[in-house]
Design a protein around this ligand. Structure first.
Ligand SMILES: Cc1ncc(COP(=O)(O)O)c(C=O)c1O
Length: 387
């Protein structure tokens, strides 16, 4: 077997099927406007919704942390890689979402995989929303629990499946995102919590995209944090840093630090990253209402401009994540290319990130976008729908 040739053939096939992914590097900091190859782009594909990744206050906190703590944690948290800054971050993150305590992970991917694989086992069952993020899916798979997928946001389907299947297993878990990353719609959290309670299941909620965008998250907002077994939050999106946390009870935290392999066998989060995340939490707590209202206003304005330009929007989607579904991979790629020619960066999101035949442009609005640039983008996308 010639591995290199096989890989080459595989990549060629992906390319021929419009599924080849490539990395494109920025020559500037992350933000609403970026540079690539000496060209300026309006960046409509970042999760830095609040523009905090280049905020001077986060940069200042990170610089101070660099002087105080050095560059790396040096080992896993269980050896000598647990620093005071981690404790501060974990307390602040837990308090932010109204939980007792939390445990920091090096990424949201690691948090979800660690959480699910530690909690669920072969005798258990996980009820999982059909559009859950890959990190939740991989966590379910790694747990070796029975995975039962219910229709996206559909509590009737979920309840029917709980009624038919729950009793066959030991522990049951219900897993959902709160604000869905590729669709911009929100889970019916209160109804999900009620279903979980009725069928003796523990609910785990991933708030990766909701924190900051919807203040202290949708669980906090709907006053159900403490009815959840765990809330996962990430620091790499609205919080402009990196890493993630799992919030819950002391027992959950102690269990995870004894069982979650992606925590145990991984170097502690770099202290600069933790310090920037901590600053972001403090900032969102003090200025969050104004930041959020300005982001949501801007998002609504872009949605309106898209509608006026003849672009069909998803009825349930809201906030800064705006999917425009084009169907065929090639159509999404061509649309992204036309935008690019006009200096607008939006990515064609294709399967397996989204289901087959739902290739799309996924626009994300940031607080720092100028209205005129959003309106220009809307006009160009409108051209794709014959306007
Ligand atoms: C819903 C959701 N959960 C988890 C993650 C993973 O977080 P991270 O990027 O920190 O690994 C992402 C995105 O990457 C996400 O969209």
């Amino acid at each position: 077997v010639n591995l290199r040739e096989e890989l080459h053939d595989h990549l060629k096939k992906l390319e021929a099927g419009n599924r080849l992914r490539k990395i494109e590097s920025l020559a500037s900091a992350q933000g609403p406007y970026i540079n690539i190859d000496n060209r300026r782009f309006t960046n409509l594909c970042s999760n830095d919704y609040l523009g905090l990744a280049s905020d001077p206050r986060l940069i200042g906190a990170a610089k101070n942390a660099l002087d105080r703590w050095g560059t790396g944690a040096g080992s896993s948290r269980l050896l000598s890689g647990s620093l005071d800054i981690h404790d501060q971050l974990e307390k602040a993150a837990a308090d932010f979402v109204d939980m007792d305590t939390s445990l920091a992970f090096s990424s949201g991917y690691a948090a979800n995989v660690g959480l699910l694989s530690a909690l669920a086992g072969p005798k258990d069952v996980v009820f999982s929303d059909a559009l859950n993020h890959a990190s939740l899916i991989d966590g379910c798979r790694l747990s070796r629990a029975k995975i039962i997928v219910y229709r996206h946001l559909d509590t009737e389907d979920l309840n029917a499946k709980l009624a038919a299947e729950r009793s066959k297993y030991d522990r049951a878990f219900l897993v959902t995102e709160s604000y869905f990353s590729m669709d911009g719609d929100c889970a019916p959290l209160r109804r999900l919590v009620e279903s979980a309670e009725q069928y003796d299941a523990s609910i785990l909620v991933d708030e990766a995209h909701a924190l900051g965008v919807f203040g202290r998250g949708l669980c906090f907002e709907q006053e159900i944090s403490r009815r959840c077994a765990a809330i996962v939050g990430t620091f790499g999106k609205s919080f402009g840093s990196g890493g993630a946390f799992v919030a819950g009870t002391d027992e959950l935290r102690n269990y995870l630090l004894n069982s979650a392999r992606s925590f145990i066998f991984s170097t502690g989060m770099p202290p600069v990253v933790a310090a920037a995340a901590l600053e972001a939490i403090q900032l969102v707590r003090s200025e969050g209402i104004a930041l959020r209202s300005s982001l949501l206003k801007k998002s609504s304005r872009f949605r309106r401009a898209l509608s006026e330009a003849g672009v069909p929007l998803q009825a349930d989607s809201r906030g800064p994540i705006i999917p425009v579904i084009l169907g065929e991979d090639q159509t999404a790629l061509t649309a992204a290319e036309s935008l690019r020619k006009a200096g607008i960066l939006a990515r064609a999101i294709r399967p397996p990130s989204v289901p087959e035949n739902t290739a799309r442009l996924r626009f994300t609005v940031s607080i720092g976008h100028k209205n005129e640039d959003l309106e220009n983008a809307a006009r160009i996308v409108g051209g794709f729908f014959g306007a």
